[in-house]
Design a protein around this ligand. Sequence first.
Ligand code: PAF
Length: 284
Amino acid sequence: MSELIRNKAELQDGLDKLSGRVALVMTMGALHDGHLSLVRAAKKVADHVVVSIFVNPLQFGPNEDFDAYPRQLDKDIGLLDTVGVDLVFAPEESDMYPREPLVRIDPGPIAAVYEGATRPTHFAGVLQVVHKVLNLAHPDVAIFGQKDAQQLALIRTMVADLNMPVEIQSVPIKREESGLALSSRNAYLSEDEYIEALALNQALVLGKDAAQHGAGPEQVRTVATRYLDQAPGVKLDYLAVVDPETFEDLVAQDAPRGDRGLIITAAWVGPTRLIDNMEVTFHA
Ligand code: PAF
């Protein structure tokens, strides 16, 4: 059974009782098998696992789903107990933010594009809370999912630029058999929307196939974009082929640095905004 911790002071007491390597998995709750795959990865690289559950208000825009975001702490703890973790840190908002923070993390240029263009304050809010929880839990390693690829690139950049003493590891996207990437927001989809949402993964697979057959970044982007543009029920926000570390647009580059790329997309399916991505290797 995991120990539930509701505030910062108790977290320190809980951590003091652990010896050996500690891994942190940060979540906003509404856990699914994707989160559990992060916990399983954490267990392989550390002696103890701490999971945080906190719906961080700072990373939601004024018209986003902060109030509606699913909150199910008891169910989440039950799920974590099936995998086995040491501490579950689920603080109150007043404990995490006793007042409006005055010192803010500036996430820089990677946060200005794609997700950041549509959600201008999102990544500043993400890095603020990630920085705080890393400071509170001071783990040896922190594990994040590749589904939030731009978030992962920004966390790696923050840790490198601020010399934060933590190793960042990532875990591949977990998909349903249908190909749909697991997401807490999938809970918002109706039955019809669920079928429509499969187009995101299908477009990425088409793009990846094109790359395997010799297509370059521009052709890959065209193939995948065309597919999503005609997909019923899907309203495309963006689709791009980027450098997985810097998020620079590979289509705009004359000489990409390597052969690795990431196809990234975001689209609305009904009122729900979903994101997905897939790694590609270029063979030109
Ligand atoms: O990926 C998430 O669920 C959140 O952005 C994170 C990293 C837990 C910060 O609130």
